[in-house]
Design a binder for this molecule. Structure first.
Ligand SMILES: Nc1ncnc2c1ncn2[C@@H]1O[C@H](COP(=O)(O)OP(=O)(O)OP(=O)(O)O)[C@@H](O)[C@H]1O
Ligand SMILES: [Mg+2]
Length: 270
């Protein structure tokens, strides 16, 4: 039944006004419903994150305790505890990624832009990943002669993007392979981090899709390597929220993937 009944039928202007009012009421209700759903989703995400992180923190604490008393562990046991710590760290990061992905749109990332030394950021990320590279027998080389290259970025989110790409090189490139890192200034005023590995590489048709949430390329090693398929989707949102870019390109000398992360350079003093 139309709102306003007889009144509605008698005067077309009253009818139109009542129709508008009904439409407005319906859209207002829809908006309220969406807000309520959104709030429920946020509450769920924060409860989930708490529930997962609490046991992880105690596992991490046990691993730290075992390692603090370094003398009681022989070398194989020490390796096992290292990989346990690394696994916990990865799970923690996965939980953060899921939460970031659950947020609606880039505006919910708090972005704090400042000056960042990109060489230093890459070095720090590489040293955090060192146990993981060691475990897979991978060698990491760095072709960055500059001691410091400054950019305008969010230091925290930039670290996370670099770690995501490094962790993919570690997990998706074969054991005992080489991973090459480079920081350079581009002609169009950016600072670029390049992370190049010697794995299967990314097929041309997958080069954009791997940045979509939950997409995993169908290469043999992606199937054997567990993962959620969200690391790169989150990385792209994080880097774009600070005016940068992340993508993967061809390697001219054979197999492997070359991931590039661009952020705005600090203008060089004349
Ligand atoms: N260096 C790489 N070499 C080969 N394939 C890669 C590389 N990096 C990413 N990929 C492909 O891109 C897909 C998406 O990567 P993404 O980091 O988003 O997810 P993931 O590594 O599978 O899981 P997770 O979210 O746990 O990191 C991977 O599943 C893999 O198929
Ligand atoms: Mg990944």
């Amino acid at each position: 039944m139309r709102p306003g009944g007889a009144l509605h039928d008698r005067d077309p202007r009253v009818g139109a006004a009542l129709d508008h009012a009904a439409l407005y009421e319906a859209s207002y209700q829809r908006e309220r419903d969406l807000e309520r759903q959104d709030q429920r989703r946020r509450d769920f995400m924060s409860e989930l994150s708490h529930e997962i992180r609490t046991p992880l923190m105690s596992i991490q604490a046990f691993a730290d305790l075992l390692r603090m008393d370094g003398t009681s562990l022989d070398a194989p046991a020490d390796d096992l505890v290292s990989s346990l710590s690394f696994g916990v760290d990865r799970l923690n990061r996965l939980v953060s990624d899921l939460i970031d992905l659950g947020r609606s749109g880039g505006q919910e990332f708090e972005v704090h832009i400042g000056e960042v030394d990109v060489v230093e950021a890459l070095r720090a990320a590489e040293s955090l990943m060192r146990p993981a590279f060691l475990l897979r027998g991978q060698t990491v080389t760095s072709d960055t002669s500059a001691t410091s290259v400054r950019a305008i970025a969010d230091p925290h989110w930039l670290d996370q993007v670099i770690l995501t790409v490094l962790s993919n090189a570690n997990r998706h490139a074969p054991p005992a392979s080489e991973i090459a890192l480079r920081v350079l200034r581009t002609e169009d005023g950016c600072v670029r981090v390049e992370i190049r590995d010697h794995g299967t590489g990314i097929a041309r048709e997958d080069r954009d899709r791997i940045f979509e949430p939950y997409y995993r390329a169908r290469s043999a090693d992606a199937e054997s390597m567990p993962g959620a398929g969200i690391g790169l989707a989150v990385a792209r949102r994080l880097i774009e929220a600070q005016g940068g870019r992340v993508w993967v390109e061809d390697c001219e000398d054979g197999a492997g993937a070359r991931f590039c992360i661009d952020v705005r350079a600090v203008a060089e003093q004349a």
